[in-house]
Design a protein around this ligand. Structure first.
Ligand code: CA
Ligand code: CA
Ligand code: CA
Length: 172
């Protein structure tokens, strides 16, 4: 495994380890979804909040079922999410639900104002969020559309390409 791959997997692992205890548990995924829902001020009954909770639950269940364990360490996480087809089944619904809850005004575009609270709630350092936004905005029009968002997340999970998230987060 080259350094870049292990960097990006460790980054994601640490982002999901909401309580920072070094293993992923169901509580981490519940806490993360709740943090994002609170950050955008979505109502409990908002369908976007339900979809976000469901996608986080699905992400967690894929880890739990694959490993038959209630605590997932970095090695188990890396093996599960690197398996063929994992992203399309579990990562894509997660990315879509995040894009949807980000787009508060339903115009199909994610502005920096919409992006910032969600990414900070997801665990990204405030000073990195602006850089991430710029790197997701591939056509440079000042907003991130749904396709740009999903392309950015998909790259973050695709070990065969160098991705913008890791490039921004891992200091050169
Ligand atoms: Ca944890
Ligand atoms: Ca919007
Ligand atoms: Ca754009």
């Amino acid at each position: 495994m080259d350094t870049n791959i292990s960097d990006r997997i460790r980054l994601r692992f640490n982002l999901f380890d909401a309580d920072g205890n070094g293993v992923l548990e169901e509580e981490d995924f519940i806490a993360l979804a709740d943090r994002i829902i609170q950050a955008v001020g979505a109502a409990e009954t908002d369908p976007k909040a339900d979809a976000l909770r469901a996608a986080h639950a699905q992400y967690w269940q894929s880890l739990q079922l694959t490993n038959a364990a209630d605590r997932i360490d970095l090695a188990a996480y890396a093996a599960t999410v690197s398996a063929a087809g994992w992203f399309d089944r579990n990562g894509l619904p997660y990315a879509q639900s995040l894009a949807d809850i980000c787009d508060r005004d339903d115009d199909g575009q994610i502005s920096l104002t919409e992006f910032q609270p969600v990414m900070e709630a997801a665990g990204f350092a405030p000073d990195k969020v602006r850089q991430l936004f710029a790197s997701f905005d591939r056509d440079g029009n000042g907003s991130v559309d749904r396709d740009e968002w999903i392309a950015g997340i998909e790259e973050f999970y695709n070990p065969s390409v160098s991705d913008t998230v890791t490039a921004v987060l891992v200091d050169a």
